[in-house]
Design a protein around this ligand. Sequence first.
Ligand code: 0A1
Ligand code: ZN
Length: 876
Amino acid sequence: MSDPQPVYLSDYQPPAYRVTHTELTFDLDPAATRVKARLLMERHAKADANAPLVLNGEHLKLISLSMDATPLNESAYQVDAETLSIANVPERFVLESEVEIAPQENTALEGLYQSNGMYCTQCEAEGFRRITFYPDRPDVMATFKVTVIGDQQREPVLLANGNPLERGELEGGRHFVTWQDPHPKPCYLFALVAGNLHRVEDHFTTMSGREVTLQLWVEQENLDKTEHAMASLKRAMEWDEQAYGREYDLDLFMIVAVNDFNMGAMENKGLNIFNSAAVLTHPHTATDAAFQNVEGIVAHEYFHNWSGNRVTCRDWFQLSLKEGFTVFRDQCFSADTNSAPVKRIQDVSFFRTAQFAEDAGPTAHPIRPDHFIEITNFYTLTIYEKGAEVVRMLRNLVGEENFRRGSDLYFERFDGQAVTIEDFVGCMAETSGEELSQFMRWYSQAGTPDIDAHGEYDYVHGEYHLTLRQRTPATPGQPDKLPLHIPVRMGLVGTKSGQDLTLTLNGEKIGKDAVIHLRDDEQTFVFTDVAEAPVPSLLREFSAPVKLHFPYSREDLAFLLTHDSDGFNRWDAGQRLALLALDDLIAAHRNSVEKVMDSRVVDAFKTLLNGPMSDKAVLAEMLTLPSEAYIAEQQPIVDVDAIHAAREFVRQSLALALREEFMAVYEANVTEEPYAPTPEQIAQRSLKNVALSYLMSIEDEQGLVLCEAQFSADHNMTDVRQALTLLVHSDRDDLASPALKSFGEKWSHDPLVMDQWFTIQVSRPQEDVLERVKYLMQHPAFSLKNPNKVRALIGAFAQNRVNFHRLDGQGYQLLADVVIELNRLNPEIAARLITPLTRWQRFDETRQALMRSQLERIKQEPLSSNVYEVVEKALA
Ligand code: 0A1
Ligand code: ZN
């Protein structure tokens, strides 16, 4: 708790001793679980013969310790708060220990803890050291044999990684199961679950014809919420065989749902543990977005079996090696399974809002950081999502075929090993022959590159000159940046023909849609044989994670919106057009000038609404305005009230001008079909619900009737939630209050639905939200110990921009109060929750001072290393 010190990548040393085989016995008890460990250990060939053995261990009560069956007396070893050291050890030895731990006291949810009375574990990144003394680092890989002993009544189900080997009854109503995992693994992939669980079972035949049993373990009342996750798992298994040639490698694959979990899910070998929110679905309790999220997370964890488990990370600085690659894999899977353009639009839209903000703030870090205090603070959008963007660029640079050959080589060459990002990129370089050394800078430089683009059409020579200039802003600890290798996918769209023109660069025809490579600070690309004046379509499909600035006129954007052959850029043109209009309105609001709606935006929307409805999912995205958070990202100083007012004005103007169109779209997309999470149905619902939200923005009488009817029809959660949200976010409390009440009563038994009930209420724009948050914190369904509840209520409130940023500072104060309390209970969640306060530089001086004073107040507390690291950076 005092002045925690950072670890540096440059200090990496291979372990002096490794564990070749690990045997564990757990005698479960909520207050005093006994853990016996038997470790077969040997000195690393290159290690000094006098190197002491140093094991990690925290919050452990040591009961006994012996080496090669001889008990060690107390002078032979040393124990402090974090380690156990033994000065003299032979080259090979068997170390046996017994420790006591208290799962019921564990509110940090790292190591072995209890959730709803059931035992479960979370060991990534450094949680195993709370279970037993061990070299808790990913480059120590061992086979495991684990015996779990529990009470037959309370814990009829006893699970661990691998295959069950033996089971039996013991005295005193106890029983045991022994599990064996033949695949060497680092201890962060260890898992144990014990409790009164129920299962659904299915089977999968792998490409080589092996039968795998698939089990989903849940509490009894959730048995009817497992179908979609199971179906998603089977699709993911098949996809990984086809797309990457990867087959599952055990006879059993298990997923367990737990209510108390810090993150989404965890890829423990053969025994994935999931936050119940990331696995349970039912048409009446989960929205389309939740269904899609579950599919993606189930796939993500499954894909880790190869990208993460069979081939793992040498050290935690390499985290993006497994996470960036696996996110990229799950993105491609979801794109193949659902609507590819919509998946890309949604991913990029989220990325440009949240990751860009992270990259521009005080906690900005490279995809491969070079130091950290607390690794759990680095499970970030940069490591995950930017890491995935970099893998995507790599695939586009080397081409799909070389990428597949590169990944085959990577999995084959490094199977069973703990490796680095260089090993991964090296395989891609090897199979493609590409020079990737400049590209590697993406991994070490933080910050989002700005690209200033400028184009000129030379009528006389029929040439188009495109100049691109790149600059990556300074980030903490990195004042100067080198130029990156940036692939820019592009086309030139002829203003007469409305078609992509053939691109000729340096005398060579490169197609109508091509990638140009920006490597220098500034480069000019001269396209010849350009027969008509074009509008450039740049960074198609978001080919690099950069901010692209081009001085498009509104006419250019309206043109691209209808003519660009790239669906992603059509959507982006619409967003840019809306942003230009929003800019004017924000300025008008600030200057107290009357707001006037840009007719070009109305015309563009009208064209969309009257155009072909062939891709409803994309259309729904195109009709959605940039979020307040994304608009804020574009402003030099964020004015939350002006942004909110401007966006509402645009919504209402569009609704007034296009009321008939929205009404028609709504009616054309109502269906009585039974709910299914199919791309077709999801697209219809999104379009219908976007239309409804416009109608409700003007509290249109007919819209209100439709909204109430949609709520009462109770057809599926997507429709019910949207209707309830629109009612609650409207000024019609007379309609909203009874709806909220009946919903809350109906679902009081279902924690995942109650999470939604909390979120809907605290994200409304009205001024009473702060009081509501305080009131709801006392609600019996709320608990600070449950991360989902904290996210649903407090996290959602901090995203409510007009209310969180109240000028009296009470929003900030409430968040700081919660952070201070959570710092004791669950440091990992506490550290994540601070994020909105760390962005103080983006606001006006009054708010800056208020936000900083709350950070200072947090800093006065005795802090966990997690919270300490974030607050230090935020105030630096
Ligand atoms: N590896 C998991 C994410 C995860 C990380 C840390 C956790 O606890 C501290 C839990 C899960 C994934 O990528 O899904
Ligand atoms: Zn992951």
